[in-house]
Design a protein around this ligand. Structure first.
Ligand code: UDX
Length: 455
């Protein structure tokens, strides 16, 4: 089939590479010619493990990128994969989705039945909105000459390639049979894992071949849109829950690692997303909880559990800053090294990261900050040019004369730093490990005061 993906961010680039890999002729459309050039050269506009290898394989063959909307005319399916950032009231900003819809409408072929797919996370009801915009700009009729479908993306940054080829579920919200069968055909390879043994043998995903085939769920567009918000809000609740449990464990002298393991062994609860942190952040959970709460307010339906999860997440910041204050007393003039700026490992994404809030809080309290991240420093510096942070080219450099090191993101490489040397560099060898990821007993034996959260 001929597939078009509009937007070359995390979702668009990965989605396009996926469809190209399973044999569809795919075009990425982005208004930024630099991003289009990068993709055509087989280079990824974002850092995502495994993505660049895919682009190198596919660029110029089944995958091309352009700034022109012309390929929409020939397309069987057009995926809208543009950003939907939060506005100040929490609602998702749909300006890019609306612009994309309008441009799609101007280029639709009147005699081809084109399926337009909302892949971006969009508020419930957006499929109807996009259909209206396309009707206006094309003069065509929804469900007769084109259809708008909701097919939310569930990929996690850092695992995006694995998640799109080995998803737990594929959700398709479509009103009509023609759009449903188009999407089913488009996804057949992934839904049935056909040809997967050959495709993934000798790859890092070979072990995934043993996992179950995904659920292919067909529903109406609103339910599909709702599945995405309900899922992400639930994940936020789950993390906030374990983070609060960690605080109570700490107060009572229990160990949250064992508590999480014991809880997670109950198959009704499940062991994933019970890892303690300084809070959930990133470009999805904060935005999606804000949108679902904004929608609930508009429709007079109180979501007190999600409200509490957001509140608890804010509380984790004060909790972490409080731990530093209890150990260092006044933070005025203290030097603090930050390990990790991205919202989680294996991504360069620093949007809405918890690291920013913690750094701002520590600066407010008079501390000076040095920071290191393996992938996120460039974007962090670009987004916050006025933040007085000293960026270090090596993790070890954050320790020089430092009164504390705070591990915010659990990049694997932090485990194997030369901790002995780091201890010698620090004015006060104290580590706050907000992910409980380092080897505490070993660090204590090296003379560190090591603190996790809830252990
Ligand atoms: C999330 C959803 O998981 C994904 O399905 C959706 O499509 C997009 O939003 P993502 O934002 O990439 O994915 O990250 P995720 O792995 O969910 O982590 C979100 C935040 O929660 C990160 O800051 C992460 O470090 C934190 N987290 C996650 C925890 O603090 N503890 C956990 O146990 C898991």
């Amino acid at each position: 089939m001929k597939v078009v993906c509009i937007g070359s961010g995390y979702v668009g680039t990965v989605t396009a590479a996926t469809f190209a890999k399973i044999g569809h002729s795919t075009t990425v459309i982005d208004i930024d010619p630099n991003k289009a050039d990068l993709i055509n050269a087989g280079k990824s506009p974002i850092f995502e493990p495994g993505l660049e290898e895919l682009l190198q394989q596919l660029a110029g063959r089944l995958l091309t990128a352009t700034t022109s909307f012309q390929p929409v005319r020939e397309a069987d399916a057009v995926f809208i994969c543009v950003g939907t950032p939060s506005m100040t009231n929490g609602s998702a900003d749909l300006q890019y989705v609306k612009k994309a819809a309008e441009s799609i409408g101007r280029h639709l072929h009147p005699e081809r039945f084109t399926v337009i797919v909302n892949k971006s996370t969009v508020p419930v009801g957006t499929a109807d909105l996009v259909a209206s915009i396309i009707e206006d700009s094309s003069g065509l009729r929804a469900e007769e000459q084109f259809a708008v479908v909701s097919n939310p993306e569930f990929l996690r940054e850092g695992f995006a390639v694995q998640d799109v080829f080995f998803p737990d579920r594929i959700v398709v919200g479509a009103a009509g049979a023609q759009a449903r069968s188009r999407l089913k055909a488009l996804y057949r390879t992934i839904a049935e894992r056909s040809g997967y043994k050959e495709m993934w043998k000798d790859s890092p995903f070979a072990a995934m071949l043993r996992s179950a085939n995904p659920l292919y769920l067909e529903t109406d567009p609103k339910s599909a849109e709702m599945i995405k918000y309900a899922s992400n809000a639930f994940l936020a609740v789950k993390i906030s829950y374990i983070n609060e449990m960690a605080q109570l464990c700490e107060a009572l002298g229990a160990n949250v690692l064992d508590v999480a393991q014991g809880m997670g062994a109950d198959s009704r609860i499940g062991g994933k997303f019970l890892q303690v942190s300084s809070g959930w952040s990133g470009s999805c959970l904060p935005k999606d909880t804000a949108e679902i709460l904004a929608a609930s307010r508009l429709y007079g339906c109180k979501l007190s559990v999600i409200e509490a999860a957001v509140e608890a997440n804010r509380g984790m910041l004060s909790y972490c800053a409080g731990k530093l204050q209890r150990t260092l007393r006044t933070l005025n003039g203290k030097r603090i090294g930050i390990l990790g700026l991205t919202f989680k490992p294996d991504t360069d994404d620093v949007r809405e990261t918890q690291a920013l809030s913690i750094i701002q809080k520590l600066l407010e309290l008079g501390a000076s900050i040095s920071a290191y991240d393996p992938k996120g420093m460039e974007m962090f510096r670009k987004l916050h040019p006025d933040l007085p942070v000293r960026y270090c080219s090596r993790a070890e450099d954050t320790a020089v004369h430092a009164d504390a090191l705070v591990l915010i993101t659990h990049w694997k490489e932090f485990r194997s730093l030369d901790w002995k040397a780091i201890g010698r560099e620090m004015r006060n060898p104290y580590i706050l490990d907000t992910r409980n990821d380092l080897n505490g007993p070993e660090l204590r034996s090296l003379g560190f005061r090591y603190e996790g959260i809830g252990i």
